[in-house]
Design a protein around this ligand. Sequence first.
Ligand SMILES: [Zn+2]
Length: 402
Amino acid sequence: MTIDDAPREALRGGPRELLRWVATGAAVSRADLSRLSGLSPSTVSQRVEALINQGLLEEAGAGQSRGGRRPRQLAVPTGGAVVGAIDLGAHHARIGTLDLSGRVVQARTLPVRIEDGPETVLGALLAEVTALASGGGAVSSGGADGASLASGGGAAGALRGVGIGIPGPVQHSTGRIVSPSRMPGWNGFDVAAFCADRVDVPVIVDNDANLMALGAHRTAHAEMDHAVYIKAGTGIGSGVISSGQLHRGAQGSAGDISHCRVVADPAPLCSCGNAGCLEAVASGAALVTALREQGVPVDDLTGVLRLIDDGDRHATALARQAGRAIGEILAVVVNFFNPQVVAIGGRLADCEPLLASMRATLYERCLPLATQTLLIERVATSQDIGITGAAHLVIDHVVAPA
Ligand SMILES: [Zn+2]
């Protein structure tokens, strides 16, 4: 269940990169790949043959001749092989199948009750994903909430692996969930082993912030080596890209900023037992709690965002406070890590007052050298960014297994 990411240098012209160049249209022939990678034609040919033998590349007819024999064109097989992806949230899961270039073939959103426990929730979602991969049908009857096909068809293909994002800490080496704050009954659950018993392909498990980071990096910032992605929704977390690779740290907890302490008076108590944690001040769940304590009736994060849109002063003040708290922690991260881009995603990324105060705090607290060329962006809001990241985890594993 582990992928030991090789150093970036070793990946220049590696199988993953060759596949990506063909998938994105940057290369259509072996000659293109040789030019882009700087590798010799014979090395490229060897790697291409291996990818063709794995069913990850195919030859798609002859290209333009430049005088000699017409070169054979390369393509990523469409509809031949797919990866399954599950992006689990507190109330919904986005599931889908994606082709080996990371493009969404089909996707749907399903309602989940996380409190039903891991066996029920994951068992149902795995069944849905394998049903999608085998022909596009749904297992559940009438349970799909806003189920949608991202693209018409529903090309069935051989399932090559499944990537799963969990909205809580995941120990990377074992695929186990460790002390999640809003997932009763999930602590210690071995997601990887549970899934391995049910599907006959590799299953890779990671936390949702890492999947968002990987999905956003591969689709928007693939040329940038150092990036930080904040996921701010019901909970709060971040994913770190270092030297082009997802950086997980020793146990898989790198980027987990939820229990970093911020200045807040009074400092609200956190589910971890400490006071003043970022999650207790700036997460969507914290905003709901704080508003209720002020006597403002609000059901959930959707209600909070609506109040902010309507200019409610309590909600707006809390959003600004949350933005400052996120900016405070992010400033430490930026000073320490010196990324090229910091991007914020999740449902709170659409909240203007939060974004504005986060940005202001970040500039105020960072060294000029660290922010001189720093891009501060929103993660392109796509509901498929998590399943895209999950698919890339699997594709990387399939193309270059550890
Ligand atoms: Zn805490």
